[in-house]
Design a protein around this ligand. Structure first.
Ligand SMILES: Nc1nc2c(ncn2[C@@H]2O[C@H](COP(=O)(O)OP(=O)(O)OP(=O)(O)O)[C@@H](O)[C@H]2O)c(=O)[nH]1
Ligand SMILES: [Mg+2]
Length: 458
């Protein structure tokens, strides 16, 4: 499942919270004075700097927002907030790179070379990209090339990832020259019809001429369609110099920002985009192989400004929701046969969507509207129901009437380690839902259906 951790953009919370606060102040004003604009831009400036966005990027950002505000003549006009927010958003989209830039997969095989500092996530991202391109672009025969011969465990790490993905890994051990490894790997790829080659190169602590030359040679040999620079969200401002040197020597075609799931401020890695004019192609959002998302500047800007991200939410739902299962459940609901197995299926599908607190942020206008406490209590209710249902037998799940038996109740409570009160809460909720569904089915048949009848878990 691609984008399993779609909602894990914790890194953005830092910048987002601050920018949203400034924007909320704009929203509450009926008229914006020049002074208001100065104050808001000052606040935006502080927010960006605190998020570790590079000073040059921040200055350009503020300058451009001010110019647009003056150009739009919103000062003194009524209800200026929408326009002001749009100006800030457009500027943010521009910093993040404008239109979404897909990864190039034109060649046969398509060749991607991974570069970056030590520990930034090159090897993990190599595997993630294989998974992404096999699912989204129909690549069927990928080859991972182990061109890091310096770190002792590097080859094994790639072999383990290859096994997990059930794909081939090309390596020649630790004593071969990376140039020869790449040469042979490409020969193999061509003769054996591989359609994707990803070259995982060695990391370096800082820029090192010998290793840099090695990368330049690998580039000459492989002629990759993409040379990706992997930057870690935790990096400080020096990552910009590193990226700049890599770019001068290798002409980087894109960056991948990893560890978006951390609470790093991330501004430095994001600044590479604007300063070097290199698109961000992917973001890494966790340690699992599925935790990679294509980067969408506009959606990201919406999210930073708390404007929701419906497109990602829909994509996410399409990915995780098993359509056949949903149809089956729907049919059972309509026939009044909804049981605890169906409820369990629904809970599992909901869980796949991610944490409620993260989903809520994707719905425009919902961000911050439901208290964290309320979300947490709903979330723990779902977990509780899952635990209780797991302690029931298949028979009990399919035939909820059996649950009226006292001995079964005692057994389930004991097995799940939950209290009688919690057990009763589930049974009551389930009965309430079943009743509601029966009513709904009835009124649909009679043609008097009203969507507000859909209650769901309260
Ligand atoms: N949380 C999180 N961890 C990540 C992400 N990407 C990579 N990591 C972790 O970061 C660590 C380093 O990742 P590697 O892929 O080994 O990094 P590398 O650039 O290949 O490192 P070297 O080969 O030593 O240069 C590993 O523990 C990964 O699991 C991410 O998006 N989120
Ligand atoms: Mg590595």
């Amino acid at each position: 499942m691609i984008g399993n951790f779609l909602y894990n953009y914790d890194m953005l919370d830092f910048l987002g919270k601050r920018l949203q606060k400034s924007m909320a102040k704009v929203k509450s004003k009926r008229v914006l004075s020049e002074e208001d604009i100065l104050r808001v831009t000052r606040e935006i400036k502080m927010a960006l700097l605190e998020a570790d966005v590079n000073l040059i990027v921040v200055k350009q950002f503020i300058k451009s927002v001010k110019e647009k505000v003056i150009g739009s003549e919103i000062i003194g006009k009524l209800n200026p907030s929408q326009q002001m927010i749009k100006i800030v958003k457009d500027e943010l989209v521009d910093v993040l790179g404008g239109k979404t830039k897909e990864v190039k997969i034109s060649g046969n095989p398509s060749i991607i070379m991974m570069t970056g500092l030590q520990g930034s996530g090159k090897t993990t991202t190599s595997a993630k990209i294989v998974k992404y391109l096999t699912k989204k672009e129909g690549k069927t025969k990928p080859l991972l090339v182990a061109a890091d011969v310096y770190r002792p465990a590097a080859i094994d790490q790639l072999i383990v990832l290859g096994k997990q993905l059930k794909i081939d890994v090309f390596s020649k051990g630790n004593n071969a020259d990376p140039r020869d490894i790449v040469k042979e790997a490409l020969k193999k790829a061509k003769t054996e019809n591989y359609d994707l080659v990803i070259i995982d190169t060695a990391g370096r602590l800082s820029i090192n001429e010998e290793l840099m030359k090695e990368l330049v040679d690998i580039k000459k040999i492989a002629k990759p369609h993409e040379i990706l620079f992997v930057a870690d969200a935790l990096s400080g401002q020096d990552v910009i110099n590193v990226a700049s040197t890599f770019n001068e020597r290798l002409s980087i075609t894109g960056t991948v920002i990893t560890k978006m799931d951390s609470d790093a401020r991330g501004g430095a890695a994001l600044s590479i985009r604007k300063l070097l004019n290199i698109p961000i192609k992917f973001i890494g959002t966790g340690e699992k192989i599925s935790a990679l998302d294509l980067f969408h500047p506009e959606r990201m800007a919406d999210r930073i400004l708390g404007m929701g991200d419906v497109l990602s939410l829909i994509e996410k739902a399409e990915e995780v929701i098993d359509e056949k299962k949903s149809k089956k459940i729907m049919n059972r609901m309509m026939s009044g046969n909804f049981n605890l197995d169906d409820l369990m299926d629904q809970l599992t599908q909901m869980k796949k969507m991610g944490k409620m607190s993260k989903i809520i942020k994707l719905i425009p206008g919902m961000n911050g509207k439901i208290s964290e406490d309320k979300l947490k209590s709903s979330e723990s209710k779902l977990i509780l129901y899952e635990i209780l249902i797991s302690s029931m037998t298949q028979e009990e799940r399919r035939n909820p009437r059996l649950l009226k038996s006292a001995s079964r109740k005692v057994r389930i409570i004991k097995g799940s380690g939950r209290s009688a009160q919690e057990y009763n809460a589930l049974i009551n909720e389930f009965e309430r839902m079943s009743k509601q569904m029966k009513q709904m089915a009835k009124s649909m048949k009679e043609g008097s259906f009203n969507p507000s009848m859909l209650g769901g878990i309260k």
